[in-house]
Design a protein around this ligand. Sequence first.
Ligand code: ADP
Length: 398
Amino acid sequence: MKILVVNAGSSSLKYQLFDMENESVIAKGAVERIGIPGSVLKAKGNGQEKVYEQDMPDHKVAIQLVLHALHDEGIGVIKSMNEIGAVGHRVVASGEYFKKPTLVDDEVIKTLEEKTFELGPLHNPAAAAGLHACMDVMPGTPMVLVFDSSFHQTMPEKAYMFGIKYEDYKAYGVRKYGAHGTSHKFVSQEAAKYMGRDPKSLKIVTCHLGNGSSISAVDGGVCVDTSMGFTPLDGVLMGTRSGCIDASAVEFLARKKGFDAARMVTYLNKECGVLGISGVSSDFRDLIAGAEQGNARCKLALDMFAYQTKKFVGSYAAAMGGLDCIVFTAGIGENTPTVREGVCEGLEFLGVKLDKAANNGKNTGAIREISAKDSKVKVLVIPTNEELVIARETLALI
Ligand code: ADP
């Protein structure tokens, strides 16, 4: 059976078409810069690549182009959409509404749209747009939602609770749920495999650093804490998201700027983060170029990002009472040596020793060890593969 996996991020949309007979990828691609000038789809199939440069203002337009690419001349791998047995969609926020992969029906769509958009305002509408676009083109094909928060269900109460009135947690479900769970799960398992160790014996900090970023503490193979909270706004500052901020500063800023609550949430989600700090871009490639040209605010944004990430690594080592491995993954984690160096710098006291040459080496697309041979803590760059996990979960469900 062929399974299409759609992973709609806040500014990107990745897809892979799997032949589940042998879990091989028969077509894949990525749309970048959705909603940003210069949007592009790079699609692969039949051993060829085709680049589609065209304006993609939203995820719906992006998915329509992806579906076109799957049977386009040259790179096309299918003749009709009927060959696709099911579609697995990555969904970031589930609240307490969905705890495991779920087959889509009208009720599920209603819950997704009415209950979860406010929990993942950047991602869940993107996932729903992708879902509707697929349902339009492939009516009758089973659609499955795979949620990022599943892996974080093992967090103990002391880690997922906020310091608010307990009754309000009970009444409204306000607690930490986490995000990127599929990625944290995959890379922590890959790290254990690479180290030739039983996951149960390892304390790992996984750093999923992309346009959205989160850091998780994985102790004995299960998640015990994670940096994203009630929504994916919490944790480190990100592309356009503020990350954690004193709640009183939010009220103060809202008053000064004349924003109501909804406008304030949009501000914190879309106008802050490294974009707000630099005033230049949410894309780390632009920030690095800016810092190299002497732009102090680009440098500040990069420094803040590495510093805040480092603080999570240190606090999670304390939470777990040890550290065996740090994993870097996702767009920034896999491609930006300066960020990895900034995170590891100063963690020597925990037994972290980076091999700078290895860290600066080319991204091969395979697992790379970037710690020195005598480093007590292994530091690994592991390409995430959320799509494979989603394809497996989708097949298992249908
Ligand atoms: P998301 O899925 O959350 O949209 P990604 O994991 O695709 O995000 O990461 C996007 C980020 O990764 C962008 O900020 C981009 O700058 C960064 N990135 C991607 N490729 C590279 C690269 N080759 N060099 C530096 N940064 C990169």
